[in-house]
Ligand binder design. Structure first.
Ligand code: ZN
Length: 174
């Protein structure tokens, strides 16, 4: 399926001609993303379509999704995280055109006739979708649950510690 995806695209031409693709892109070449995760999956699922909005403003829109393994910043265990993001890019010839950027779109600066790497474009979107502080969903993190061997036992000191942690903190008035 990834064979159908071009290495690079001409965003303006794509918008004018209404080109669209859907498929999977290998994650292997995305070094910036791979540096931030424990492990990546083989592929990123993408859809991407060019379109001219009212007034002839060129945009690229679509969707990007993949699953990566990141380390939980609470319990430090690795877990799988689904990254998903919409793509909404307004194609501008240069930064002077920012006033023409369609509402709700991020700028993609690309002079007429120039091409951009599809992998880099997709990687940028995934980097934005990656949380600064990844952690398990509530109730799924071992850092917030009582260890199995402790269940069924009363823990007065643990309860006190938790009260102190959550209560007003005196002596820390900055
Ligand atoms: Zn966790």
């Amino acid at each position: 399926m990834s064979g159908l995806l071009p290495d690079s695209i001409d965003p303006l031409e794509w918008a004018k001609t209404g080109q669209r693709v859907g498929g999977a892109l290998p994650l292997a070449g995305m070094d910036r993303l791979n540096a931030l995760v424990e492990a990546g999956v083989a592929e990123v699922e993408i859809t991407l379509a060019g379109q001219l909005l009212a007034g002839g403003r060129p945009v690229l829109s679509g969707h990007v999704a993949c699953t990566v393994t990141v380390r939980c910043q609470r319990c430090l265990a690795p877990f799988e995280l689904r990254l998903e993001a919409p793509i909404r890019l307004g194609v501008l010839a240069d930064e002077a055109d920012l006033a023409r950027l369609p509402k709700g779109h991020e700028p993609l600066i690309c002079p007429a006739g120039a091409t951009v790497s599809l992998a880099e474009l997709i990687e940028d979107e995934l980097l934005l979708a990656l949380p600064d502080y990844p952690h398990h969903a509530e109730g799924m993190c071992s850092a917030s649950t009582v260890p199995a061997q402790e269940t069924g036992k009363r823990q007065p000191f643990a309860a006190l510690a938790s009260l102190r942690k959550n209560g007003p903190q005196s002596g820390q008035d900055d």
